[in-house]
Design a protein around this ligand. Sequence first.
Ligand SMILES: *[C@@H]1O[C@H](CO)[C@@H](O)[C@H](O)[C@H]1NC(C)=O
Ligand SMILES: *[C@@H]1O[C@H](CO)[C@@H](O)[C@H](O)[C@H]1NC(C)=O
Length: 475
Amino acid sequence: MGNRNRAAVVVLGDIGRSPRMQYHALSLARQAFLEVDIVAYGGSEPHICVLEHQSIHIHKMPQWPAIPPSFPKILRPLLLIFKPIVQFLVLLWYLLVKIPAPDAFIVQNPPSVPTLVVVKWASWLRHSAFIVDWHNFGYTLLALSLGRSSRFVAIYHWIEKHYGKMAHGSLCVTRAMQHELAQNWGINATVLYDQPPEFFRPSSLEEKHNLFCRINNSLTRPYGSRDCISNGLAEHEKIDQTITPFTTQVGADIFLKQNRPALIVSSTSWTPDEDFGILLEAALMYDRRVAALLKESDSTGDELVWDEIRGGKQFSYPRLLFIITGKGPEKEKYEQKIKKLSLKRVAFRTMWLSAEDYPLLLGSADLGVCLHTSSSGLDLPMKVVDMFGCGLPVCAVSYSCIKELVEVEKNGLLFSSSSELADELMMLFKGFPESCDTLKSMRRSLMERISSTRWSTEWEECAKPLIHKVISDNS
Ligand SMILES: *[C@@H]1O[C@H](CO)[C@@H](O)[C@H](O)[C@H]1NC(C)=O
Ligand SMILES: *[C@@H]1O[C@H](CO)[C@@H](O)[C@H](O)[C@H]1NC(C)=O
């Protein structure tokens, strides 16, 4: 591309949790044949393809230490100033000294401060092109914690806009964001939709079984005492079989169990902008509503109820197992809440899976739930993109631009309240696993499009020409 044959991918965050920047690095290496330096923080492992690629070099910066809760509140505003200054100096050192000069810096925004400033300076000093990939707006994220009227938010906004405009080229994640950037920021950005890379795909039966065996302990260990998954193994399941809550292996043959629970996956960063409470309430409603239906059908006692579920056609609503993946600040609070609910037909597990197991889990599930609401209203949840890549239909929280991704009843459903989500769960899982038509038709239509919607194709068409042009204009 350029004469140095190098690109630098910059994230002021955990590279393991910035999949889009990892995919950029992979595409720059595989599709543009560049040497790629990633400058970021450590934390979680990046994908194995990134780690093992010969041309990708990861430079981990030292982390800003966590602030202890005992830190005096009155000094916190000082930290807001001091932290970016330290980050600024460390990042500048890495971009100017630690890595060879690249043809282009490609930087993730947000965080915008001090990232955009440093990358602008570094690109100027090293005669490199400066490309911003707009995932969202930094100032709207800051406003979540400080409030829209905060002076810090105003300063942040100014820096983000001022330095954002200086970029030689810009990419963004939705048409809505492209429009906002053009109208109010004077920035001409190219839309590069998130698309799943090739490792997000449906899992084979064998992959499912192996995954369930690997995580069997977490699957069968309940919060609190017992729940409908931990005591779900019936007596006739013999010792010579390998059993998980979903599958059985006898000899070389693997079966999906007829009475398996429906597997619902949600991944969350456990932050206040994702209201996990909606999901808990919906689960509780599902539990109560199915119980009420069973009561009408004259079942008494739990054992009878279970038989009814297994045998009876009329009221076959499955047990639901929700697996919630992700790390974050509110996780423990919600784990305590889950413990206190007395659910009979619904169970929850929280897990942190490796970058290799996570796609397998999505590829093994029956439904995905997405609680993402955007701070700017202009970005899309990448986890839904990944779920679609695995052929997994999704129920997602509705907001302004989500329809650029979720097509109602074609690949998913939208909801605005917990009772709407509960309605959708009842509708989708009635008759599970055989006769749940909506779920099946959504899965079919996702499968039909799986091969045509891939990150590498989208990158080749949208990002590569832009990066190419920016680099040649600059050199
Ligand atoms: C915006 O970028 C596109 C693609 O690079 C280009 O064709 C177009 O002329 C640009 N528009 C403006 C107003 O700069
Ligand atoms: C999974 O856990 C259950 C309950 O502890 C156990 O009965 C079963 O044999 C385990 N299966 C595997 C494959 O480890």
